[in-house]
Design a protein around this ligand. Structure first.
Ligand code: NAD
Ligand code: DAU
Length: 361
């Protein structure tokens, strides 16, 4: 079996669902179920014996080691993290705790387990660390996209904590010969994306008749990748990646935030027109920018293509339509994740922001 951390979050749950759709190899899904973890994402696996869910914290190395010894996985795929940049600005401590201390505790438990394996199993074992392009910092308009050798220059507490975890993973390979693989991926989107992030937030707010809050001038660029393409890349790297190597994963889909929001409005205008006939674009509101906001991310994913033959299957145009349709088809999922602590987060992040932004679109 494989041991997945953070498999109840956005990418982790897509990964577990895709994995079990393509393979009968069981998954032990280890997740703390923070605000971002949601077992409803995995409802399709409720009666599936190939999926074993255990609630726990990666900072608890003893629990992880006991589970590894009990279930004897051949690989760990490590998604668990605090993942939202804005939350890291309001409260960095949890990011340091989970992303750095948690990855350290996980590495220690995994190394202890791996050291005790018989030679053949030891040789086959893999630890795949899922990371982000944000560790490379920000690009100017004419800079070449990030490669695997771009110097680290993280700019937010989130990306700094992910950078620290990447360095720990690297050091475990270099020092102990621990069999690591690292992927650094660009912005994902698709089903089960928590509506604190740009794309699902805009889809939810648009339908609720609320403002669509664009930070600053909306000209920041992200390189969007449909989540199932990220999952496929991880499967390829896990199967055939070279030990100790880093692989960048990206969609060759650079888009300015405002263009993404316009696209979402246009798709909603056609799939679910507003009763008054106006475009959803009329709800766009420019708000105060994110502090330290990275201007542009772009990934050079040629190493992954050259070595492992991976390319994204979805274009932005196909992926974004599927995504909007998924949200229209799953209002109950959105309503469920928006209950509870979600309202408090919206208050924390957006209170005062609208008043301090520049004029509306
Ligand atoms: P997410 O916030 O949706 O999910 C994170 C999951 O980790 C949740 O299920 C949560 O309960 C769990 N978790 C958090 N702290 C934990 C802990 N201490 N112990 C165990 N479980 C814990 O995140 P996501 O967007 O799915 O991102 C998954 C991974 O991919 C992260 O490592 C992130 O840095 C990386 N990544 C994300 C993106 C993106 O666009 N979302 C892009 C590149 C890389
Ligand atoms: O690049 C990979 C990263 O992508 C991942 O490592 C992170 O886990 C993931 O959250 C994502 O980070 P971003 O900060 O790029 O994603 P987010 O959806 O928060 O924001 C995307 C862009 O949209 C960013 O430039 C900020 C802007 N934005 C975001 C929100 C929530 C707005 O303009 N308005 C908003 O309300």
């Amino acid at each position: 079996m494989i041991f997945v951390t953070g498999g109840a979050g956005f990418i982790g749950s897509n990964f577990v669902l895709d994995w079990l759709a393509q393979s009968d190899e069981p998954v032990l899904n280890f997740d703390k179920l923070t605000y971002a973890g949601n077992l409803n994402n995995l409802a399709a696996l409720k009666d599936d014996a190939r999926h074993v869910f255990v609630r726990g914290d990666i900072c608890d190395g003893e629990q992880v080691l006991a589970l590894l010894r009990e279930h004897q996985p051949r690989a760990i795929v490590h998604f668990a993290a605090e993942s939202h940049v804005d939350r890291s600005i309001h409260g960095p401590a949890e990011f340091i705790n989970t992303n750095i201390n948690g990855t350290f505790a996980l590495l220690e438990a995994a190394r202890a387990y791996w050291s005790g394996l018989p030679e053949a199993e030891k040789g086959a074992f893999r630890f795949l660390h899922v990371s982000t392009d944000e560790v490379y910092g920000t690009l100017g308009p004419d800079d070449a996209p990030f490669t695997e050798t771009t110097a680290y220059a993280p700019n937010s507490p989130y990306s700094a904590s992910k950078a620290a975890s990447d360095h720990l993973v690297r050091s475990y390979h270099h020092t102990y010969g621990f069999p690591t693989l690292t992927t650094n991926c660009s912005n994902n989107y698709g089903p089960y994306h928590f509506p604190e992030k740009l794309i699902p937030l805009m889809i939810a707010n648009a339908q609720a008749g609320k403002a669509l809050p664009v930070y600053g001038d909306g000209q920041q660029i992200r390189d969007w990748l449909y989540v199932s393409d990220h999952c496929a890349a991880i499967r390829r790297v896990l199967a055939d990646g070279r030990l100790g190597e880093v692989y960048n994963v990206g969609g060759w889909n650079e888009k300015a935030n405002l263009d993404v929001v316009h696209t979402l409005c246009d798709i909603l205008d056609s799939l679910k027109p507003k009763a008054d006939g106006a475009s959803y674009r009329t709800q766009i509101a420019y708000v105060k920018d994110r502090p330290g906001h990275d201007r542009r991310y772009a990934i050079d994913a040629r190493k992954l293509e050259r070595e492992l033959g991976w390319r994204p299957a979805e274009t932005f145009e196909t992926g974004i339509r599927k995504t909007v349709q998924w949200y229209l088809d799953h209002p109950d999922w959105v309503a469920d994740v928006q209950s509870g602590a979600y309202a408090k987060w919206v208050e924390t992040n957006y209170f005062n922001r609208e008043a301090e932004g520049s004029s509306a679109a």
